[in-house]
Design a protein around this ligand. Structure first.
Ligand code: COA
Length: 383
């Protein structure tokens, strides 16, 4: 191994892969900041549109900048009719993340941005991607059920319009707020797998639609974006708050290393700040209706697990409550991860734009562990 080679680290754990000013996490103090602003503050005080601008541009917008950005987003929500045809051609059984990945790549064929040397065109593509992802997710959620695709409404904000395109009705104020907060809370989380994917693909100067499509593919994996789905399945399995202790005891008796879904995080060793704030919004929404049973079960699971795993620094992460919230909004389970993507696109784009400044193509090394000097045996001499 050459003297200057960094030793192999599986998963690049603790390896700095970029210098970034987009977000910062302090896992011991439960701090997550976007461009220096606490995520809880943004979830409570800001809106998704403003947060997306903050992430991509680096600072809060002026009133005029936000008004213009908002208008631009609204004008780019509609997608070419052939993109809807493309979604109709996919099997109804396709996973919505596969549909989203395909449609995002196809956006690049309809609204090309083949070279990434013009900042104005890059921005145009970034706005289109932010605006159009909700349209694509909602369109596939409807066409697979044989329902008509709804055109976006320019009189609604980002979160309310997405809800409308999914269900054909406007959300209540509390439902709109919780959805908007979910998008903000999922918008960015520094160098995770999908963000790293976006930076790697972007580093080859690939077009932004290819960049975001690749990031969607990375997010689709169960080790990354899929935990909220599994967390909800787990709550359904437990059934009720009274079932928590018995369920956990049985699981641990079978496998002492059993992992409770929605608990634990590589970075946070206290309760994930996103889980705390999401819970507050969920409480507000449930106050309008009633607390769903799964939420009561989740509360009891959190209480019991704090006693068992708290000493190891294992507490609820953002996925612990997001699934319950989405279910209460009537969103199908397999659309949870696509909603994560609708929020995260702003973070991916912020990293892509940052990567393009002073770009160097990613080209790591490997430690070769294969054979050497192997003789080629002609096919006819092989069994
Ligand atoms: N349930 C029970 N115990 C857990 C746990 C969980 N969800 N997560 C971690 N632990 C325990 C481990 O068993 C280990 O115990 P030990 O020290 O006695 O061996 C200790 O906590 C450290 O766990 P480790 O696996 O090293 O933590 P990690 O940082 O590598 O893993 C996750 C982080 C997220 C992969 C892990 O917590 C997990 O699988 N969580 C469930 C899936 C999930 O919610 N994912 C979404 C993440 S946003």
């Amino acid at each position: 191994m050459p003297a200057d080679m960094v030793p192999f680290r599986p998963g690049l754990e603790n390896v700095e892969a970029a210098k970034s000013a987009v977000s910062e996490i302090d896992g011991k103090r439960a701090v997550l900041e976007y461009r220096g602003i606490a995520v809880e503050t943004l979830a409570k005080e800001s809106g998704y549109e403003e947060t997306a601008w903050l992430l991509m541009k680096g600072d809060l917008p002026t009133q005029r900048q936000l008004a213009e950005f908002d208008l631009e987003l609204r004008s780019k929500r509609a997608v070419h009719f052939k993109l809807k045809d493309l979604l109709k051609c996919l099997p109804a059984s396709a996973h919505p993340m596969d549909a989203l990945q395909s449609a995002t790549a196809a956006l690049g064929a309809f609204y090309p941005c083949r070279t990434v040397s013009d900042p104005a065109k890059n921005w145009d593509a970034a706005v289109r991607l932010t605006a159009a992802l909700p349209t694509l997710v909602a369109a596939f959620a409807r066409v697979r059920r044989g329902e008509e695709v709804l055109d976006p409404r320019s009189d609604l904000d980002h979160a309310a319009n997405f809800y409308y395109m999914l269900f054909g009705k406007e959300p209540t104020p509390a439902a709109r707020k919780v959805l908007d907060a979910c998008l903000i809370l999922h918008a960015e989380h520094n160098m995770n797998a999908s963000t790293f994917t976006a930076r790697v693909v972007g580093s080859s100067l690939a077009n932004p639609y290819a960049v975001i499509s690749a990031a969607v593919g990375s997010l689709a994996g169960p080790l990354h974006g899929g935990a909220n789905e599994e967390c909800l399945n787990q709550l359904e399995q437990i059934g009720s708050p009274a079932g928590v202790q018995g369920w956990l005891d049985a699981k641990v008796a079978k496998d002492p290393k059993f992992k409770v879904m929605g608990l634990g995080h590589r970075v946070y060793k206290v309760k994930d700040p996103r889980a705390t704030v999401l819970q507050e919004f969920a409480e507000q929404m449930f106050a309008e209706t009633s607390r769903p049973k799964n939420y009561e079960t989740a509360l009891e699971l959190e209480r019991v697990c704090a006693g068992v795993y708290g000493a190891k620094g294992v507490y609820p992460n953002v996925d612990f409550y997001s699934g319950v919230v989405y279910q209460a909004l009537g969103i199908p389970t397999d659309v949870f991860t696509p909603i994560f993507a609708i929020g995260r696109v702003a973070g991916w784009l912020a990293h892509w734009l940052e990567q393009l400044q002073g770009n160097r193509i990613f080209r790591p090394e490997q430690e070769y562990t294969g054979k050497a000097n192997v003789a080629y045996v002609p096919l006819e001499k092989r069994p």
